[in-house]
Design a protein. Structure first.
Length: 248
């Protein structure tokens, strides 16, 4: 019983960590695909930091399920055959779509396998969110803190008009004078839009709008003065990040 509770807590906090790490694009690139001498981003294969957390989270979840089956002595014979058949049909259709559509018909088999794995991980994340127990309040705090950090980073980038390159944080270098950089033109001058730790300012803007919605939830829940101070500071930087991203 104690082991099961410990693993349940571990998977809860792994889920919070996964949400916190999503904006950070740290990855190990193990294969590039080139078209016309240029790197094709959608053909680039890599392992993200949050991929590792997700795999560990799924592993912990399956351990919890195995422990539950042992302790409660579940018997699959009690399941209705019709329900079981529907689940099996769904699994077979899903596997057929993934394998045959993405791998067998693909010119680049390895790339097809890579994106099938990513699709399966995404489906696993969606599936596990519906089944693990977590605190909505704690999750909201994690999202708001993540948005606050992105807003703080966005403000620094806009004030300095540069995005420094950092491979450990998954950030590519950007300057207002670089061709291809996202800028705002004002009176013939180019002003670099804030990227945060994300690949494009529009993605940053979308993430911060989502964080702002969660921030409103915390605003309703805030009771004492310390909570209200936390809400005020984080909300200010989230709004600044949205502004400096100039996202449409």
């Amino acid at each position: 019983m104690f082991r099961r509770l410990s693993i349940t807590k571990i998977q809860e906090y792994l889920f919070y960590l996964l949400v916190f790490l999503l904006p950070w694009q740290t990855r190990w690139i193990f294969r590039d695909y080139h078209i016309g001498g240029e790197v094709f981003e959608y053909g680039r294969m890599g392992l993200y930091g949050f991929d590792i957390i997700l795999v560990v989270l799924l592993f912990c979840f399956f351990i919890v399920k195995l422990l539950e089956k042992r302790s409660e002595e579940l018997d699959i014979r009690y399941q209705k055959s019709e329900t079981r058949n529907q689940k099996l049909k769904f699994v077979f259709v899903f596997l057929y779509f993934c394998i045959f559509s993405s791998v067998v018909w693909a010119d680049e088999k390895l790339m097809g396998v890579y994106w099938v794995i990513r699709l399966v991980l995404g489906a696993g994340l969606f599936w596990i969110i519906q089944r693990i127990h977590f605190s909505k309040l704690r999750l909201a705090i994690v999202v708001v803190v993540s948005g606050f950090i992105q807003g703080l980073l966005a403000g620094y980038q806009f004030m300095n008009q540069t995005v420094w390159a950092n491979k450990w944080l998954g950030m590519a270098g950007q300057k207002a004078g670089d061709l291809g950089a996202s800028v705002v033109g004002v009176g013939g001058e180019r002003w670099l839009r804030a990227y945060g730790s994300l690949p494009h300012p529009n993605i940053l803007g979308g993430l911060l709008v989502l964080a702002l919605g969660v921030w409103c939830y915390l605003l309703i829940k805030a009771r004492d003065k310390y909570q209200k101070r936390f809400i005020s500071v984080t909300g200010l930087f989230i709004l600044l990040g949205i502004f400096f991203s100039f996202s449409r």
